[in-house]
Design a protein around this ligand. Structure first.
Ligand SMILES: [Zn+2]
Length: 75
């Protein structure tokens, strides 16, 4: 599956800041269970987490964060 073009968007997606059509594409794609994107997303979530500990105002949207965590636990 060719999904490298999504690579640049995971951090934005985790932050809830990706364009809505990109966000939709990513979430649809993740629903298909793409392994590389799931691990890439996990990486992005960690990056965002580290950044958010440095810059308190850039915390990820709590709703999106909860959804991501739920998704990760399912796997
Ligand atoms: Zn993928």
């Amino acid at each position: 599956m060719d999904c490298r073009h999504l690579d640049d968007y995971y951090e934005l997606y985790v932050l809830g800041a990706a364009d809505s059509d990109v966000a939709q594409e990513i979430s649809r794609h993740l629903d298909q269970g793409c392994v590389s994107c799931t691990s890439r997303l996990r990486e992005a979530a960690l990056n965002v987490y580290f950044v958010s500990t440095l810059v308190p105002s850039s915390r990820p949207n709590p709703k999106i964060r909860a959804r991501l965590l739920a998704r990760m636990r399912k796997k």
